[in-house]
Design a protein around this ligand. Structure first.
Ligand SMILES: [Zn+2]
Length: 231
């Protein structure tokens, strides 16, 4: 019962996030953005749909099967758009959802919480690096954009970023950006989550599950069935 309550809490949280993102997507209008199309081409992905919101803020990528990029009212730098496209290229949204569902199953395990947070951090670090590479944006400028994104407008940026509660994570993300680390850590975190996430399915499947292919190859045990019927 307690386990179901923990799982339900994670699922409700996920549903709230989905609804908030859905509302922003529905309230945005299709927009033609040549810069994003060109960046997608450079990243080797099909250009996603671009929607423009009248809400100020940051662009964000949404959708697993048909990704969209929602851009804010004001124009952003190319590296900020490239960061979102890098998330799409790496299918980070799918892996984040998988990690969150795994967390829902193993919510009682602090290690999974840590692993999910690490995956999220390294996904950001990897997208930051791709954004800098593709746009030739100096690391310093991209780092400044990250700090701006977590600090309220018109405030002392660094101070607020450190006070935001994410200070330690932002510091790690920035140092990963400066050191060019990310891809390997994402692979390790994804591998660990994949193994843990698939464990419940492996445990619930019967060891001798029915396989139509194998049944066709071996054929039905006719002699045995006939013997049973004739008894
Ligand atoms: Zn991101």
């Amino acid at each position: 019962m307690l386990w179901v309550a923990g799982l339900a809490t994670v699922l409700i949280d996920l549903a709230k996030g989905y609804r908030a993102s859905r509302q922003l997507v529905s309230a945005s209008l299709p927009f033609s953005h040549v810069g994003i199309v060109e960046l997608a081409r450079q990243l080797g992905i099909r250009a996603p749909r671009v929607l423009k919101s009248d809400v100020p803020g940051l662009p964000f990528a949404a959708g697993i099967f048909r990704p969209v990029v929602v851009i804010p009212a004001e124009e952003c730098e190319a590296n900020v758009y490239a960061h979102e496209l890098a998330h799409i290229r790496s299918r980070d949204l799918f892996w984040s959802l998988f990690a969150r569902l795994t967390l829902g199953i193993f919510w009682f395990c602090p290690f999974i919480h840590k692993l999910e947070a690490e995956l999220s951090l390294w996904q950001e670090a990897r997208a930051d690096q791709s954004a800098c590479q593709i746009t030739n944006c100096p690391v310093k400028e991209h780092a400044a954009a990250i700090v701006r994104s977590v600090a309220p407008r018109g405030s002392n940026l660094v101070w607020d970023a450190c006070l935001s509660g994410n200070g330690r994570l932002i510091k790690r993300r920035l140092s990963a950006l400066y050191q060019g680390r990310g891809s390997k850590a994402v692979a390790v975190a994804m591998g660990a989550i994949l193994i843990i996430g698939l464990t419940p399915w492996k445990l619930t499947l019967p060891s001798e599950s029915f396989s139509p292919t194998r049944a066709r190859m071996t054929g039905p045990p006719v002699a045995e069935i006939a013997a049973i019927i004739s008894r």
